[in-house]
Design a protein around this ligand. Structure first.
Ligand code: AMP
Ligand code: MG
Length: 440
C-alpha cells in the first residue's frame, strides 16, 4: 500500500451563510400602496434603541434616561428657614403687633451650613439665615421686615402661625421617591434635580449618529456658483441635517453625491463606520437615473415601496453593511424629503434615542378656508396654525400642494394631515395638524 495513498476525504461543501433579510413588509392597501402608519410601524419594528452608557450629568442634557432614578435623600434634607430673620416659637409672639411689639432676647445665630449653637428655650429668639437649619425648639421664623433687627433683644411686630417661613423636610422630594423615569428626556431642569439629590452620572442612550447624503447630478453646494442653467443648489442635505440636529441627533452632513452608482456605493460604505442611521434623498422613483434604488440592494437588505402619502410617495428603507445599519432613502423634492423626515425619520430617531413616545402629538384646528386633498392618500399640506380670537386654533394653507415649494415650506409652521378618505375640508371644519416645533 503506497504510503500516501490514503483515500481522499471529499471536500465538505462550504455552507453559504443565509443572506440577511428584512422582516416581511406589511401588505399594501387597496390602492396598491402601503399606508403611512404601516410603513412607519414597519420601520420602527426593524430598529432597536441604541445601547445605554454612563454619562456625566452635564453631558446628558437632551439625552434619554434608561433607568428610573430614585432619590437617596429627602429635599429639603432638614427643616430650614426660607427667610433671613429670627427663629422663635409661634406661641411666644402670638400677641405681637405694631402697636404692641413683643420683645425677646436674642440667644444666638444660625448661618446656612452650620448647626444651631443649642436648642431654643421658650421665650427666646435666635438669628437665622435663609437655608439654615431650624434650631430644635423653634417652629417659626420671623423675617427681618417684621422686627427692629435687634442684636441683644429683638422687637417683633407681627404674630405668625406656627410653621411660617419654615421649609419642611421632604416637602419637595422624599427619600426613596422615583424622581425621573426611564424614557424621560433630560432637560436642564432635570440636570439640576439630579445634582440636587447628589447624582453625578446617569445611564442614558447616546445621541443617534446620523449621516446625511443627497444624490443628484444637478446639485451644487451652496456658496458655489451654479455652473450651468440646469444646476440647482442642494437644499435637502442641509435641511435634513438641521432637522436631525434639532431632533437631538449628532449629524454628519456628507452632502452631495452625483448619480454615479460606484461613487454612491463607495460613499455609503465609507460612512457606515460612524452611522447609527443614514439618510439619503433623491434617486428612489422610477427614473433611469434613480441610482439609490439600483445600488442599495447590493449593500444589504432593502425595501423600496410606495406609500399612500402626498408628498413623499416613493420610499426606501434598508439594513445595510456588517452591522445592519438602518438607512432611510427619501425622494428628492425638498418638501417630500421634509415630510418623509417628519413621518418616518423623526419617530425612528426617537426610538434609537430611547424616547418613549415616537410621534408628535397632533392638535385639532379649524380650517380657515376650504382645502382640497388627494383621495386615497394622506396629504401633508403645509399650513399656518394660529390662535383665533377665542383662543381656538385656526389652520390656513401656507402654500400650494406642490412638493417643490421650498418657500411655502419655510413659511409654514405646521403640517395639516388630510386623511386618505378626505377629498375636501370645508372652511370651519376641523383638521389635524402637527405643529413643527423643532424639539417636538
Ligand atoms: P429625484 O427624487 O432624485 O428624482 O428628485 C426629484 C426632484 O427633486 C428633482 O427636481 C430634483 O432636482 C430635486 N432634488 C433632488 N435632490 C435635491 C436636493 N438635494 N436639493 C434640492 N432639490 C433636490
Ligand atoms: Mg435625482
Amino acid at each position: 500500500m503506497p504510503l500516501f495513498g490514503r483515500k481522499r476525504v471529499k471536500d465538505q461543501p462550504v455552507e453559504e451563510p443565509e443572506p440577511f433579510r428584512l422582516p416581511e413588509p406589511p401588505a399594501p392597501g387597496p390602492g396598491g400602496m402601503r399606508s403611512v402608519v404601516d410603513h412607519r410601524d414597519y420601520l420602527l419594528s426593524c430598529i432597536e434603541p441604541l445601547p445605554p452608557f454612563g454619562q456625566q450629568i452635564l453631558d446628558a442634557v437632551g439625552l434619554t434616561l434608561c433607568e428610573d432614578v430614585v432619590s437617596a435623600i429627602s429635599l429639603p434634607r432638614f427643616d430650614n428657614s426660607s427667610m433671613d430673620g429670627y427663629a422663635v416659637r409661634a406661641q411666644d409672639i402670638h400677641l405681637a403687633s405694631v402697636a404692641s411689639p413683643t420683645s425677646l432676647p436674642v440667644v444666638g445665630e444660625v448661618p446656612a451650613g452650620a448647626p444651631a449653637p443649642h436648642s431654643l428655650s421658650p421665650g427666646t429668639a435666635m438669628k437665622i439665615m435663609t437655608g439654615a437649619m431650624l434650631p430644635e425648639g423653634a417652629d417659626t421664623v420671623v423675617p427681618y421686615e417684621a422686627t427692629d433687627r435687634g442684636e441683644q433683644d429683638v422687637r417683633i411686630v407681627e404674630a405668625l402661625d406656627p410653621g411660617s417661613n419654615v421649609r419642611r423636610v421632604g416637602e419637595d422630594i422624599n427619600e426613596g421617591e422615583v424622581v425621573l423615569r426611564a424614557g424621560d428626556r433630560l432637560a436642564s431642569r432635570s440636570i439640576g434635580l439630579l445634582a440636587g439629590i447628589g447624582i453625578d452620572k446617569v445611564m442614558v442612550r447616546p445621541r443617534p449618529r446620523v449621516v446625511v447624503i443627497s444624490t443628484g447630478d444637478e446639485l451644487t453646494e451652496p456658496g458655489f456658483v451654479l455652473q450651468g442653467d440646469q444646476k440647482i443648489y442642494d437644499s435637502n442635505s442641509y435641511m435634513l441635517a438641521a432637522a436631525a440636529k434639532a431632533a437631538g441627533a449628532q449629524v454628519f452632513r456628507v452632502g452631495l453625491v452625483p448619480d454615479d452608482p460606484e461613487r454612491l456605493k463607495q460613499v455609503i460604505n465609507d460612512q457606515l463606520v460612524r452611522a447609527d442611521l443614514i439618510l439619503t434623498t433623491g434617486g428612489v422613483s422610477q427614473g433611469d437615473y434613480d441610482i439609490v434604488k439600483q445600488v442599495l440592494p447590493e449593500l444589504g437588505a432593502t425595501d423600496f415601496t410606495t406609500v399612500a402619502m402626498q408628498p413623499g410617495k416613493p420610499q426606501g428603507f434598508g439594513l445595510i453593511g456588517d452591522d445592519q445599519t438602518p438607512i432611510i432613502m427619501m425622494p428628492g423634492n425638498p418638501v417630500s424629503a421634509f415630510v418623509s423626515f417628519e413621518a418616518f425619520v423623526r419617530p425612528v430617531l426617537r426610538k434609537l434615542a430611547g424616547v418613549d413616545s415616537y410621534l408628535r402629538r397632533p392638535v385639532i384646528a379649524t380650517a380657515a378656508r376650504g382645502i382640497s386633498s388627494i383621495p386615497d392618500k394622506l396629504q401633508f399640506a403645509r399650513g399656518v396654525v394660529a390662535e383665533g380670537d377665542n383662543g381656538e386654533l385656526i389652520a390656513d394653507l401656507a402654500s400650494g400642494h406642490g412638493s417643490h415649494l421650498l418657500g411655502g415650506l419655510a413659511g409654514a409652521n405646521a403640517l395639516l394631515l388630510l386623511g386618505e378618505d378626505t377629498e375636501f375640508v370645508a372652511a370651519g371644519d376641523q383638521v389635524e395638524a402637527w405643529l413643527l416645533l423643532e424639539d417636538g
